[in-house]
Design a protein around this ligand. Structure first.
Ligand code: HEM
Length: 391
């Protein structure tokens, strides 16, 4: 009975993408697993259920793809995110060393310097777009350098990422419009050779793993694609969301400036509240019985990270409040389980570098005109017209 209250929800209209949280609340309140009739998929919205499902890949498989439409699933076949263990772990192992805490420690100083230069540059302009000039510029520099691709490819890669995340949606116009650019990305990467990449870079290491027979040759393009796509838009949206939150909550920025050790938990809080990646999906390999409902085997299920991260059952009545001191370590904005974000250490380091550089110079942010970007899977700002007060 309660299920029916949410069965009509469409999470992919412009309005729902701009304001998803009222829909998520309806889903959470309607029950554990809710069938969304319009797209014929189930949705899990409560924290405990999403987390449990993510940690049970045998029951909630990724190997049937994580997109909601068959065309996108066909194009992205073989992506790490669409592969189960044991081969998933082989793919994951290729860049484990590159993203290890030890490797990130080496990067640390360089990222701080890069962030400082960029922050000084944007502050000198007086007014800047925190999305375009700062939040995009920084991860593009960092990720393109790490992957071993020229920074000049950054704008094209951003277009690919936008398209890749849209392409995972249900069969609607926004999804269909994204398909050509998704295919463009795969076609571009398929033309690449090891020699096009800087020796020792992520991209080079992926080709090398194929040369050494560690991964299959046909895994090179999807693995490159995963890091190019996932490394950009996610961090970009977290950094810009953070600036939006700090503009709206000057007390939180003051607290962070007074105690810089709060920056890591502030970044977690941004990722919890914004959830730059709103969902992926899985397919059930057996009937899954909840108290109120059973999801039959073979059904597609949305894992609503954005909902779980605001579930009052987990976070309390102030779940929607931005609080940099919150105990938020176990949010699932980076996913959980075997597919838990491979780049989260890097993302945290980028966040630390940018917000440290800002904390050194900026006493407050003022955001004027702001525009949401509407993407089937990604939540973020299209632009934030920003000025800062120094001090
Ligand atoms: C704030 C920034 C980021 C957020 C919110 C984020 C979020 C996520 C989430 C939710 C997943 C899990 C997907 C699933 O459950 O199927 C994931 C996986 C992944 N992320 Fe991130 N991510 C971020 C940054 C990055 C960066 C910087 C990189 C790479 C340099 C990266 C690379 C990946 C990869 C390769 C996977 C797939 C892991 C696998 O399937 O084993 N991410 N990310």
């Amino acid at each position: 009975m309660t299920q029916a209250l949410a069965a009509d929800i469409d999470l992919f209209t412009d309005d729902a993408l701009a304001h998803p949280h009222e829909h998520y609340r309806r889903i959470r309140d309607a029950g554990t697993a809710v069938h969304l009739d319009r797209y014929g998929v189930w949705a899990l919205g409560r924290y405990d259920d999403v987390r449990a499902a993510l940690n049970d890949w045998q029951t909630f498989t990724s190997s049937e793809g994580v997109a909601l439409n068959p065309a996108s699933r066909a194009t992205t076949k073989g992506l790490i995110i669409a592969t189960d263990p044991p081969y998933h772990d082989v793919l994951r192992g290729v860049l484990t060393e590159k993203l290890s805490p030890r490797a990130l420690r080496v990067l640390h100083g360089g990222l701080h310097e890069q962030a400082q230069v960029l922050v000084d540059e944007v502050i000198a302009r007086g007014e800047f777009d925190a999305v375009h000039d700062l939040a995009r510029a920084f991860p593009v520099q960092v990720v393109m350098d790490l992957i071993g691709l020229p920074r000049s490819l950054g704008d094209r890669a951003l277009g690919w990422a936008e398209a890749a995340f849209n392409a995972g949606g249900p069969d609607i116009a926004r999804t269909r419009d994204a398909m050509p650019l998704l295919e463009d990305q795969f076609a571009f990467l398929a033309e690449m050779h090891k020699d096009d990449l800087v020796e020792g870079s992520f991209g080079w290491v992926i080709f090398d793993a194929a040369d050494r027979g560690i991964i299959e040759r046909e895994s090179v393009v999807p693995l490159m694609s995963a890091y190019v796509t996932a490394g950009l838009d996610t961090t970009i949206n977290a950094i810009s969301a953070g600036i939006g939150y700090f503009a709206d909550h000057p007390d939180q920025w003051a607290a962070l400036r007074a105690d810089r050790s709060l920056i890591p938990s502030a970044f977690n809080e941004i990722v919890r509240l914004e959830s730059p990646l709103q969902w992926f999906s899985r397919v059930t390999t057996r009937d899954v019985v909840y108290d109120d409902v059973t999801i039959p085997a073979g059904e597609r299920v949305l894992m609503l990270y954005g909902s779980a991260n605001r579930d009052e059952r987990k976070w309390g009545e102030d779940a929607d409040v931005f609080d940099v001191r919150r105990d938020n370590m176990d949010h699932i904005g980076f996913g959980s389980g075997v597919h838990g974000c491979a780049g989260q250490g890097l993302a945290r380091l980028e966040g630390l570098a940018v917000f440290t550089a800002l904390a050194e110079r900026v006493s407050s942010f003022e955001v004027g005109a702001r525009e949401r970007r509407l993407n089937n899977r990604i939540r973020g700002w299209a632009s934030l017209s920003t000025t800062v007060t120094l001090g």
